[in-house]
Structure formats: structure tokens, C-alpha cells
Design a protein around this ligand. Sequence first.
Ligand code: HEC
Ligand code: HEC
Length: 277
Amino acid sequence: MSSDQKPESWGYGLTWMITIALIAMVSIGVVKLRATAIHSSEHLKAEKEKATTLKKEMLAAQTKETEAKIAAEKKAAAEAAKPPAASPEDIAMGKTLYATCAACHGPEGTGSLNPMAIKAPNIAGAPAWYTALQIANMKHGIRGAAGDMEAMMMRPMVMNLTDKQIKQVSVYLESLKPADPKHTLKGDAAKGKALYITCVACHGDKGQGNNLPAILAPPVNNLPDWYIVSQLKKFKGKLRGAHPKDLNGMKMAPMAMLLPNEQAMIDVAEYIKSLSK
Ligand code: HEC
Ligand code: HEC
């Protein structure tokens, strides 16, 4: 055995030490890696949970928002259908305001067929909710499209009325005795009766109208035949009930489309006339 020869046990020792050190290093590495993996998977889980909660919260907020929107729309519709509170002062104010309307609608709201002026329908005794809605629609250009001469002519007369004044003139008109409409046409009531079947759901079997917030259809049995026909033509010709804000008119417009021609409109008006008697 030469002097520079190291004892065999030394070599073994070194090999063992290196092996143990290597095993230790690898083990530490594995443990560390596993820890990182566990940590990142936990992190991922937490992130996922966070995202789910956020999504849930957003959905809940959205549902709440939609519910609030529906509730607000329902409230607005109910508000629109509510008869405007009519105090004697309001009615008196409405009478004063009506002075500007009399030239066309007649001193008692009975309408006018004056050939020297515009033909205007009777509005006395009409429900205030409907009258107020129509005046507001004309004021805001929701009724009175380009080409709707009559409504356009009335528009300047109501342009400067405040919401309160609109209610006042409407409750005044409701307080008046309804006038007999002045008819000018002659149709076939039997044919009109068959056509009127589609109108009953909203305007009622007697043409009395329906003020349920979802319907808000005015009475038609108080209207003159020429005016019924002119309005049906306007609804069919998209001069009325076509404005994106005219939610009520939009319900009516497709119904006018069901009437094939002017004769059908005259016939249905003839039947409506018979309902008021
Ligand atoms: C220049 C004439 C004129 C004046 C003034 C006038 N109107 Fe009218 N009004 C009309 C005409 C014409 C119609 C029919 C419109 C149509 O054919 O679409 C009408 C329609 C109406 C309607 C709708 C009736 C319905 O059954 O839908 C109401 C309500 C009304 N007028 C109220 C008033 C009030 C209230 C005033 C006064 C503040 C007034 N009008 C002033 C000419 C006039
Ligand atoms: C889906 C409900 C519905 C049906 C069905 C319906 N209407 Fe209407 N109608 C309305 C509403 C709502 C209005 C009021 C529109 C507005 O506020 O401008 C209206 C308005 C009218 C007017 C105008 C009244 C006025 O004073 O200016 C006439 C005329 C009329 N309808 C006739 C008919 C006839 C005829 C039928 C059947 C062929 C019919 N409607 C079917 C809902 C309906």
C-alpha cells in the first residue's frame, strides 16, 4: 500500500457523504416544490372563490337593479292611471285654462264640425288620465308626427302648459257632462260588430275603455265616427303610435293594421256608435 493511496474506507465515506448530501438536496427541493405547488393551487382556489363571489355579487346587484327598474316602471304606470287629484280649485283653474281650447273644441268641450275651422273631437267627460296623457304627448311631440296636421295644429296651444296645468284642464274636462258626438258617416254595423271582436280585450264590450295600468285604453263609445276613422288611419299609417316613447299608442297601432281598408274602419265606427245608445 503506497503512502499516497488513501484508505478505502475514506473513499467509501466520501461517496456516502456525497450521496447523502445529494439525497438531502433533492428531498429539500422536492419538499420546496411541493410546497410551492400546494401554495399556488391554494392561491388558485382562493382566486377562483373570489371570482365566484364577485360574480354572485354582480348577479345579485344586476337582479336587484332589474327588480328596481320593473318596480319603477310599474309605479309610473300606476301613477299614469291614477286620476289626477281633483280639488275644486284645480277644476276652477282648469276652466280658466280651457278658454284657449274653446275655439276648436267648443265652449263646453262638445267638439266642432265648423267648416270654417278645424274639425275637433268632443273631449267633455273624457277620463282625466287619458286627456292628460294626450295633452302631454302632444306637448312633447310624442303625438303629432310630421303629417299629422290636426295634432300639429293643437300642439302650440298646449306647448306652454305645465304638468300641473295639464292635470287641471283635464280634471275640468272630466267634470263636464259628456256631449253627444257629432257623427258624419254611415257604415255597416253588422260587419263592424265582427271587426270589433278584436277591440273588446282593451276597449271593453261596450267601448267603455279600461284604465288598468297595463291597458290604459280610452273609451271609444263617446267619439264621433269621423274622428274614430281618422285616428284608425293615423295609427295604421304610423302617424300615431309610432313614436318610440308612445308606449300606449304602440299597443293600439298593430290593432289598426288588422283593419284591411277605410270601409272596415267606417263599419267598426258604425258599430261603436251603436254602443253608446
Ligand atoms: C287649433 C285648434 C285646437 C285647439 C286650440 C285645441 N285643440 Fe285639442 N285638438 C284639436 C284637434 C284637431 C284634435 C284632433 C287631433 C287628431 O285628429 O289627431 C285635438 C285633440 C285633442 C285631444 C285628444 C282627444 C282624443 O280623443 O284623443 C285632447 C285631449 C285635446 N285636444 C285637448 C285640448 C285642450 C285641453 C286644449 C286647450 C289647452 C286644446 N285641445 C286646444 C284642435 C285643437
Ligand atoms: C291591445 C289593446 C288594444 C286593442 C286590442 C285595441 N286598442 Fe284601440 N287603443 C288602445 C290604446 C292603449 C289606445 C290609446 C293610445 C294612446 O294613448 O294614444 C287606443 C286608442 C284608440 C283610439 C283613439 C281614441 C282617441 O280618443 O283618440 C281608437 C279610435 C281606437 N283605439 C279604436 C280601436 C279599435 C276600433 C280596435 C279594434 C279594431 C282597437 N282600438 C283595439 C288599445 C287597444
